[in-house]
Design a protein. Structure first.
Lengths: 113, 115
């Protein structure tokens, strides 16, 4: 059972455009939602994270939107650049649990110059 | 300021051999997580360890896999009698506390290929 569903699987955006990646979760016990960026041959690196008590968080060109009632959250990359081309993973974790992060399957993002 | 280190970066084993993957957490971190990533898949949690203790191993296969994090030295993920299905990238992550939202910092991974 996949607890975090991520879409799309791949995404091509023109330079300067907005990249949007969506995730939906099932476990209502999740209470922390980070996004990770992974380049080929590297480990994931934390990009931005949000807690369910806020509906939006912005850091530079990256924004997370969170809809608690719909159990959905999304990553928006404004003014997308070729250097943003990578695989993006949404994740979730339960503060009261003892296991690790639950990841989505990832989105391959390509920014065309 | 070294990040999380993993070695080897690439490991080739034949079926039936043992694989040992090592992870040195960031300086000051005493919490280690191991994840497995299959091709075109997200990372799957395997085990969470603190020094000398396994906190949660709910994602670990019941047989052939074991993990430890001794008082001194790196954390070790051990896979006995490897099979082709074990071929994957194995990542460890470390954090500084058991606060659940504490950022996990990932290493570069070990890519295991079983022939």
């Amino acid at each position: 059972q996949q607890q975090v569903k991520q879409s799309p699987q791949s995404l091509i955006v023109q330079k300067g455009g907005i990249s949007i990646i969506n995730c939906a979760y099932e476990n209502t016990a999740f209470d922390y939602f980070p996004w990770y960026q992974q380049f080929p041959g590297k480990g994931p690196a934390l990009l931005i994270a949000i807690r369910p008590d806020v509906s939006e968080k912005k850091e530079g060109r990256f924004t997370i939107s969170f809809n608690k009632s719909a159990k959905q959250f999304s990553l928006h990359i404004m003014d997308s650049q070729p250097g943003d081309s990578a695989t993006y993973f949404c994740a979730a974790i339960n503060e009261g649990g003892a296991d690790g992060l639950t990841f989505g399957k990832g989105t391959h993002l390509i920014i065309q110059p | 300021n070294a990040g999380v280190m993993q070695n080897p970066r690439h490991l080739v084993r034949r079926r039936g051999q043992e694989a040992r993957l090592r992870c040195s957490p960031m300086k000051g971190h005493s919490h280690v997580y191991w994840y497995r990533q299959l091709p075109e898949e997200g990372l799957k949690f395997m085990v969470y360890l603190q020094k000398e203790n396994i906190i949660d191993e709910s994602g670990m296969p019941k047989e052939r896999f074991s993990a430890e994090f001794p008082k001194e030295g790196p954390s070790i993920l051990r896979i006995q009698q490897v099979v082709r299905g074990d071929s994957a990238a194995y990542f460890c992550a470390s954090s500084s506390s058991d606060v659940r939202e504490e950022t996990q910092y990932f290493g570069p991974g070990t890519r295991l290929l079983v022939l």
